[in-house]
Design a protein around this ligand. Structure first.
Ligand code: PEP
Ligand code: MG
Length: 549
């Protein structure tokens, strides 16, 4: 028996069992077929491009209907790559100037771009290199199939479903590979590389497939071996012995029992045995997740990250599109509170159409409210949309990355200008309650003054920890230096809660540590009113609260 370790990115606490099926990365080799001339080869490429656009369009529609916006966006970004003028021209140029066939032109043009993107220092851009590769592979698959069919040499893969329960192992997988491979018999996935924020990761989470990444030990020699993937311990057992198999079986049964018990807590209050109440809300990123939040017993939306509306597209969403999205969440939540955060653009979220200047330290740069205050037109469009949507439910408007009183005052001034405009235009709107995120040490230290301007303080511990302890939250090499229980963070949180309460504000925690039940008792003692966590963590957190004295 061998044990290997990694980091789970999908479905915590799950045990998956099966035979390892090692997926070798498809290597597209150069085609030896002589080119038939520009017209014929360019036409081949165009046919392949149109075919793949059609296929991705269908996947986009399906994803939108079944899995929501964040998954659908994966296919939207593939479609955008397929329409990319520079890339298309580059393929045509290869065919015309280098006199190569469609396959070799596609290989050269896409691989060049992929390499460039993979080497980028911008993490978002380097992750998206996988999408370029994915699209290239789809095109090459189609072109090769055509060629193979003409030569009668096309070989079909043996379907995975004939292999019984399997755990896929690979160096990495693209979103299209995930889709192609994940049949009902696929129990889990182990990747040597991978990233928790890639498109493939988003897709895997939407499919509820237990997945572990950064497992160095993944090897082709595992192919065909039996394995147990345990996402609670972040490990995989290869050829597990009888004792491990027994232990895992026991854990599987108790996990199922736990799930059943948790679902019984859906409509019960979040209160300790002595009656101390705390509200548990959900963090969501797309309107569709509001339904998931409700299914998981959330008492509201504690954080709607609105960035989803601005990413993976080529143009700004207009007021109408934004209004519809926010209204959809407010209506879905039927009077429960919905905290809508204005866009946290900047740092790792820099859509290319926004023409943002590259920055040396983007996390300390023109991010979130700073970005909005330098683009008042863009900011006003979002504020107008939120004011109009607020008429349809119980909205709280939240400003991110606040560091000073003057920023809050300026935001309120712009908001009042939007209100005046809407009034003049006779548009229906409602002024929502106002809040700020306390996610910089400056905001926590000035919480007393800031709390006088608003009625809601949301402690964003992800950034508050990053800025307080100088630990880049996206740098996994700093894991050993990251301490979520750091006394400096705790003191800033306590100051925020106390200042908030002295000034009649509701105080919430919306960072990831809210879901860590080993801290729940501390947060209750701190006096926090609300904790907002990802939807799947709502019930485990409620269970932890109810178990406390
Ligand atoms: C936070 O910083 O804790 C937070 C919730 O915001 P985000 O993770 O979106 O930066
Ligand atoms: Mg933050």
């Amino acid at each position: 028996m061998k044990v290997a370790y990694g980091k789970h990115i999908s479905v915590a606490g799950r045990i998956a069992e099966g035979r390892i099926c090692f997926i070798t990365e498809k290597q597209f080799r150069k085609s030896a077929r002589p080119a038939e001339g520009y017209e014929a080869e360019a036409a081949r490429f165009e046919t392949a491009r149109k075919k793949v656009i059609l296929q991705q369009n269908t996947l986009y529609e399906e994803a939108l209907a079944k899995a929501g916006q964040s998954v659908a966006e994966i296919f939207a970004s593939h479609i955008a790559i397929l329409h990319d003028e520079t890339l298309i021209k580059s393929v045509h140029r290869q065919i015309a100037r280098k006199k190569v066939n469609a396959i070799n032109a596609t290989l050269a043009a896409f691989r060049n771009l992929e390499k460039e993107m993979a080497l980028s220092e911008d993490r978002m851009l380097s992750e998206r290199a996988a999408d370029v590769k994915d699209v290239a592979n789809l095109l090459l698959d189609f072109l090769q199939e055509e060629e193979g069919d003409r030569n009668g040499a096309h070989e079909k893969e043996k379907p995975l479903r004939d292999k019984g329960p399997v755990i896929l192992a690979a160096e990495d997988l693209t979103p299209s590979e995930v889709l192609r491979l994940s049949g009902e018999n696929v129990q889990g996935i182990i990747l040597k590389n991978g990233s928790g924020t890639s498109h493939a990761a988003i897709l895997l989470r939407s499919m509820n497939l237990p997945t572990m990444i950064r497992c160095e030990a993944v090897s082709r020699s595992w192919d065909g071996k039996t394995a147990i993937l345990d996402t609670a311990q972040d490990c995989v057992y290869i050829e597990p012995d009888a004792q491990i198999r027994k232990e895992m079986r026991g854990r599987k049964i108790s996990a199922r029992r736990k799930e059943a018990l948790l679902s019984g807590l859906k409509d019960l209050p979040s209160e300790t045995k002595s009656g101390r109440k705390i509200r548990i809300l959900a963090n969501i990123e797309t309107p569709r997740e509001a339904a998931t939040a409700l299914q998981n017993g959330a008492e509201g939306i504690g954080l709607l990250r609105t960035e989803f509306l601005f990413l993976n597209r080529d143009t700004y969403p207009d007021e109408e599109e934004q209004y519809r999205a926010y209204k959809a969440v407010l209506q879905a939540m039927r009077g429960k509170p919905v905290v809508i955060r204005t866009m946290d653009i900047g740092a790792d979220k820099t859509p290319s159409y926004m023409d943002m200047e590259p920055e040396r330290n983007p996390v300390l740069g023109l991010r979130a409210i700073r970005f909005c205050l330098t683009r008042p037109g863009l900011f006003k469009t979002q504020l107008r949309a939120i004011l109009r949507a607020a008429a349809h439910g119980n909205a709280i408007l939240l400003f991110p990355m606040i560091t000073s009183l003057s920023e809050v005052k300026t935001c309120k001034k712009i908001l009042r200008a939007c209100e005046r405009e809407l009034k003049k235009e006779k548009k229906k709107y409602k002024m929502p309650a106002l809040g700020i995120m306390v996610e910089t040490p400056a905001a926590a230290l000035c919480a007393e003054e800031l709390a006088k301007e608003v009625s809601y303080l949301s402690i964003g511990t992800n950034d508050l920890l990053q800025y307080t302890c100088a630990v880049d939250r996206d740098n996994s090499r700093l894991d050993a230096f990251t301490n979520e229980a750091h006394p400096a963070l705790r003191r800033l949180m306590q100051m925020t809660v106390d200042a908030g309460h002295r000034n009649h504000c509701t105080v919430s925690i919306c960072g990831e540590i809210g879901a860590d039940i080993s801290f729940t008792e501390d947060f209750l003692k701190m006096g926090v009113d609300e904790i907002s966590v990802h939807p799947a963590a709502v019930l485990p957190l409620r269970s932890a609260v109810r178990a406390l004295d």
